[in-house]
Design a protein around this ligand. Structure first.
Ligand code: AMP
Ligand code: ZN
Length: 111
């Protein structure tokens, strides 16, 4: 079982900031910004490249959750970035799809 599935099951601890029946969000263990939250579907999907017509709602749902968390953490006005890494060149390390929510400082790297 992957590390994020273990977090969903409660087998590995995580600093949860949001949960509903389909999604969970928790603080990144190695934060790259003052606010760095990971939003995941509870269902195991390995890669963004597995998103298609049948499950595209997951990306929208995660964006809505990111917006809510941005409001709750007070970065909605200062701005934030969402990132989904996919595959080797992106540096993806955990192979369970996740959306990074980053904020609380000016982003140095501008995509
Ligand atoms: P990615 O490079 O997009 O695959 O991002 C994986 C992210 O998961 C990294 O930012 C890690 O710091 C984070 N991470 C890995 N293990 C854990 C964990 N147990 N709890 C919280 N975040 C984690
Ligand atoms: Zn998983």
């Amino acid at each position: 079982m992957c590390i994020f599935c273990k977090i969903v099951k409660g087998e590995i601890p995580a600093d949860r900031v949001y949960e509903d029946d389909k999604y969970m969000a928790f603080k990144d263990i190695n934060p790259k910004a003052p606010v760095h939250i990971l939003i995941i579907p509870k269902e195991h999907i390995g890669y963004l490249s597995e998103i298609d017509e049948s499950n595209k709602y997951i990306i929208g749902d995660m964006a809505i959750i990111a917006n809510k968390i941005a409001k709750n953490t007070g970065i909605d006005k200062s701005g934030y970035r969402i990132v989904i890494n996919n595959g080797p060149d992106s540096g993806q390390e955990v192979f369970h799809i996740h959306m990074h929510l980053l904020g609380g400082k000016k982003m140095v790297f501008k995509a």
